[in-house]
Design a protein around this ligand. Structure first.
Ligand SMILES: [Zn+2]
Length: 334
């Protein structure tokens, strides 16, 4: 029976990984599904001190504690995290009576948001690069005689003013109606020694659907997974420069999204995309879509000074929330 015991020991060793639990050690059982490593969601919840509810093993799952709540659906990539819609890179999988979440989503999305701060790499947010989308020969989206490039620049200047008032240096990748290549924008931010990069845009649907509205916040798609809006895009073989900051990208997107939801617009979620500016940013970076120009009521708000000021305040509050989390002392880390 020796070989049997050895096989069992080897199997246990290779399939269970000890994690630091709140009160007692819990082992995370793992599985390989469609070429990706998945973690038993029940084990993870227990290890992190959460209660998990999966009524009748149906489609809806709730994981909660006193300070956080996650609502998930089987086979879905969209979850609700403390009330904000967040998109996983890989779908949640139910196999018989067990739920699995990808280790990649835990590492690049869930943990950075729930347990922010990196004591091993203290980082201060002293300079923020604001990137007004489009400009010059590239007008961006157009609706009712208004061009996106004009309103992203007005918004960037409003955010810059408020950040300066809050004591944070803000630099712009363009400060006039000029054309700047998308590839050059993160390079310019690096030259200006920016610690984070926030690209500002307004959305549009190409044809017909004038009813689509709301806020979206994008961060770079993690390597080897598909972007939210393009399930067939698995990206280049290797990671992009922006993937070095997957964790901070997610946290910055989430802190911004949480503030933007206070504007009362439709929550279209934290999403992943391989936009050029995000691919090549060497500092934590996000792209904010501040509403749909193709939706008539939202287009009216976008061109109004009142909404611009509200949006700018929310963006500044999101940046300052990120700054507080990332700069807090190591001892405060959960
Ligand atoms: Zn745009």
């Amino acid at each position: 029976m020796k070989w049997f015991a050895a096989t069992i020991a080897l199997w246990v060793f290779s399939h269970f990984m000890p994690v630091q639990a709140a009160d007692r050690p819990v082992y995370l059982r793992t599985a390989w599904i469609s070429g990706q490593e998945y973690v038993n969601l029940g084990d993870w919840a227990q290890a992190r001190g959460f209660q998990m509810f999966w009524p009748l093993h149906g489609d809806d799952i709730t994981i909660s504690s006193r300070w956080a709540k996650l609502s998930l659906k089987t086979k879905s990539r969209v979850i609700s995290l403390n009330g904000a819609s967040v998109t996983l890179s890989l779908p949640l999988v139910a196999q018989r009576d067990t739920l699995y979440i990808s280790r990649l989503d835990l590492r690049t999305l869930i943990h950075p948001i729930l347990y922010p701060g990196r004591p091993d790499r203290p980082k201060k947010v002293l300079t923020v690069a604001l990137d007004p989308g489009h400009g010059g020969k590239d007008p961006g989206n157009e609706a009712a005689g208004e061009q996106e490039k004009k309103h992203t620049l007005l918004l960037a200047k409003e955010v810059q003013k408020r950040l300066t008032q809050a004591g944070v240096k803000a630099v712009l990748t363009r400060s006039a109606d000029t054309y700047v290549e998308n590839h050059d924008r993160p390079a310019l931010a690096k030259k200006l020694k920016a610690d984070i990069f926030v690209s500002l845009h307004y959305n549009s649907v190409p044809s017909g659907r004038s009813d689509v509205s709301g806020i979206e916040v994008y961060c770079l798609t993690p390597a080897t997974t598909a972007s939210t809006n393009d399930p067939r895009d698995s990206g280049p073989h290797g990671a992009m420069p922006g993937n070095r900051n997957d964790e901070q990208n997610a946290l910055l997107a989430y802190t911004l999204q949480k503030q933007l939801l206070g504007l009362g617009l439709n929550d279209r979620g934290l999403k992943h995309a391989r936009y050029t500016v995000l691919c090549y940013a060497e500092m934590p970076s996000v792209l904010v879509e501040g509403g749909f120009m193709s939706e008539p009521r939202e287009a009216k708000r976008i061109v109004s000074q009142a909404y611009r000021r509200q949006l700018a305040t929310a963006i500044v509050d999101g940046i300052l929330a990120y700054k507080r989390l990332i700069e807090r002392p190591a001892a405060a880390k959960k």
